[in-house]
Design a protein around this ligand. Sequence first.
Ligand SMILES: Nc1nc2c(ncn2[C@@H]2O[C@H](COP(=O)(O)OP(=O)(O)OP(=O)(O)O)[C@@H](O)[C@H]2O)c(=O)[nH]1
Length: 196
Amino acid sequence: MKIAGVVLAGGQSSRYGQPKMFEPFAGQPLYKNSLKALQQNQLEPLIIATNASLQKNFAEQNIEMIIEKQPHQGPLFALQNIMLNFPDVEWFFVVASDMPYMNADFVQTMLTYIDDRYDAIVPKQATRIQPLASLYRRTALPNATRLIQQNKRSMKSLFDQVRVCYVGFEEESSTFININTQLDWAQTVEKEFHDE
Ligand SMILES: Nc1nc2c(ncn2[C@@H]2O[C@H](COP(=O)(O)OP(=O)(O)OP(=O)(O)O)[C@@H](O)[C@H]2O)c(=O)[nH]1
């Protein structure tokens, strides 16, 4: 059974002001942190989903680049596009490209929940769920397609329609910290500095 690792890296970064996935973090562009966490779990294929204007900034070997013909359609659309492009993959581990604390241990833990009874495996904290650090099974594709046709574009709307395994995580877990604004970035880099 094939389990792909997917980094979503085709967002607008409008709150950040410039493409946030390329900000240097621990000596590498930020998106590499998500890629590494998937790679270290031997997920195959490894896929980066992005758009034509960002594509030139990625320098990867042995990574499948999926270039969205229509950019900025959001994560659900990106997931549908990837599932259509990889018909022989059963599960897709989807991770955002703006998560400085994403790590291989988290990915490994999530993989242990894979089960035929589910269409999605989703981290759940006390006050939020984490659709962009989740596993999606090919069986979710018809529902994703229907929602997109209805112009419902949120991952959460998918969870109302498919069988979801929610996996509990501490509210304080740093794994899910993501960068939306320059302030988020300053605080993250500062924390990293103080932790060292
Ligand atoms: N491939 C792909 N990735 C996306 C798309 N929209 C968002 N993402 C990615 O999903 C993750 C979360 O995106 P957000 O931060 O919610 O949105 P964003 O467009 O990047 O940023 P804002 O414009 O500030 O909302 C990031 O890693 C984005 O790069 C899309 O249409 N296609």
